[in-house]
Design a protein around this ligand. Structure first.
Ligand code: EPZ
Length: 424
């Protein structure tokens, strides 16, 4: 298994490129099932999760290819869908490796009238049920049965309805929105997720001929249409990767231009970095971050967008671990997203956890150590800690990292970090 080895103490400077957004690419690839023909996607990130989604589509009989070669071609993939050839089933072996595979459920039942998709099961950061996905599809008239660990959904033709989500869910909103695009009549999604990735998916679906309004707000209206067309679409930049790179500059007292990045997608993160003493400005189609000598402590509570994203909690915690003062970090989205704390404490941090709350008493220095990644964002956080720590840090289980970051070590090395990947 690969490991990432970092020698800390280097100040990061220069410009770094942000890849396409993982959490936009996954629902967008799943949406290709909604229309026959050849779909072309550009600025697609080279990630393990994207490869898994392409595998899921191929397993169902789609002709999914691309992400080979160099330059733009290396970031372009095509999905050829021939309705008659699609077998609407997503097997356990693939879904268990990437729970976002459940995003094929809505498109399959809407387009093919039936779907058999493995239940995703829990993951390191929480139980993560899909009851809201199923509630939404049932409201649109789908018959849902859970058998042998699979969701079996059937419907002659979905019909529009009002869905009130009990809990704000990103992929739940995306799944039901995709299904409603081909339902008969109007669907209204209330208490919907407002994440930029939901807005991006609606933008793409409208390009395919859907009639969706209100995406980006908590009230989305979808007028169902008879059919959709494949399109050629470029995926927006990854706001979480951009946020992670901003923290890399902050924690090394660096001066880095992170681009492309959409400032509005990172308002809550930028605000917290400024409170910590960073100077952040929009520049060159991105964000420039100048890090302070010693960060200031600030409190963080994760909530749904446009609040502070849970996917940036671990990274900001590392910055707070070396801040002047004590900060309180509350994780309100996932019940088990502090797995990185024990590893940071092994590097000399002073963090205590009580349920959803972590109290971080800033320390003067971190020391390099052998640490283990437990999930995607925790792995990025441990690498950030290694950039600041004295000596050598070795992060193992970096397969977590490769699920959501495209060659992060190479990008950091381009900014002056002393970092490399040791093959397993
Ligand atoms: C998406 O996951 C992202 N993944 C996650 O990013 C992100 O952390 C999360 O949204 C929150 O922002 C993708 O977009 C592929 P949720 P998702 O449904 O949709 C509960 C990363 O690091 N819930 O919004 O699965 C759930 O348990 C990943 O890139 C239900 O109770 O998250 C959680 O506590 C990690 N019932 C909360 O809602 C449901 O039916 C929010 O989950 C659905 C969710």
């Amino acid at each position: 298994m690969d490991r990432i080895i970092v020698t800390g103490g280097k100040r990061l400077t220069g410009k770094v490129e942000v890849s396409g957004a993982k959490n936009a690419a996954l629902p967008i690839l799943a949406s290709s099932l909604l229309a026959d023909g050849e779909h072309t996607y550009r600025n697609v990130p080279h990630l393990a999760d994207v490869s898994t989604m392409l595998k899921v589509l191929r397993t169902m009989g789609c002709d999914a290819a691309g992400l080979e070669g160099t330059g733009q071609a290396a970031r372009t993939c095509t999905v050829g869908v021939a309705g008659g050839k699609v077998v609407p089933e997503a097997p356990y072996d693939l879904v268990r490796t990437m729970r976002a595979s459940v995003l094929v459920l809505g498109p399959l039942v809407a387009r093919y009238g039936r779907a058999r998709v493995s239940m995703p099961g829990g993951c390191a950061i929480g139980a993560r049920p899909i009851d809201q996905h199923l509630k939404g599809l049932k409201a649109l008239g789908a018959e849902i049965h859970l058998t042998e660990g699979y969701v079996e959904a059937r419907a002659k033709r979905l019909r529009g309805a009002t869905v009130v989500f009990d809990k704000i869910t990103v992929t739940g909103t995306e799944n039901v929105m995709m299904a409603a695009a081909l339902a008969r009549g109007r669907t209204v999604l209330e208490n919907a997720a407002r994440e930029p990735e939901v807005e991006e998916l609606a933008r793409l679906l409208n390009k395919m001929g859907a009639r969706i309004s209100g995406a980006g707000t908590n009230l989305i209206t979808i007028e169902g249409v008879e059919g959709l067309q494949p399109v050629d679409h470029a995926i927006l930049p990854d706001r979480i990767e951009a946020g992670t790179l901003l923290v890399a500059s902050a924690i090394t007292s660096g001066d880095v231009l992170v681009a492309p990045a959409v400032p509005e997608h990172l308002d809550a993160v930028i605000q917290k970095l400024r409170e910590a003493g960073c100077v952040i400005a929009a520049e060159g189609g991105g964000l420039r971050c100048k890090g302070p000598k010693v960060p200031r402590a600030t409190n963080i509570t994760t909530t749904e967008h446009p609040g502070f994203p849970t996917d940036m909690q671990a990274q900001l915690m590392v910055l707070m671990a070396v801040a002047e003062g004590t900060s309180v970090i509350r994780e309100h989205i996932f019940e088990n997203r502090f797995m990185h704390v024990a590893e940071l404490d092994r590097m000399g941090a002073d963090i205590t956890v009580d349920g959803h709350t972590a109290v971080v008493r800033g320390v003067k220095r971190l020391s390099g150590a052998q640490v283990m990644a437990s999930d995607l964002r925790a792995s990025a956080a441990l690498i950030l800690a290694g950039l600041r720590a004295e000596g050598r840090t070795e992060v193992s289980r970096v397969y977590h990292l490769d699920r959501g970051y495209e060659r992060l070590e190479r990008k950091l090395r381009g900014l002056g970090a002393e970092i490399r990947r040791a093959r397993g």
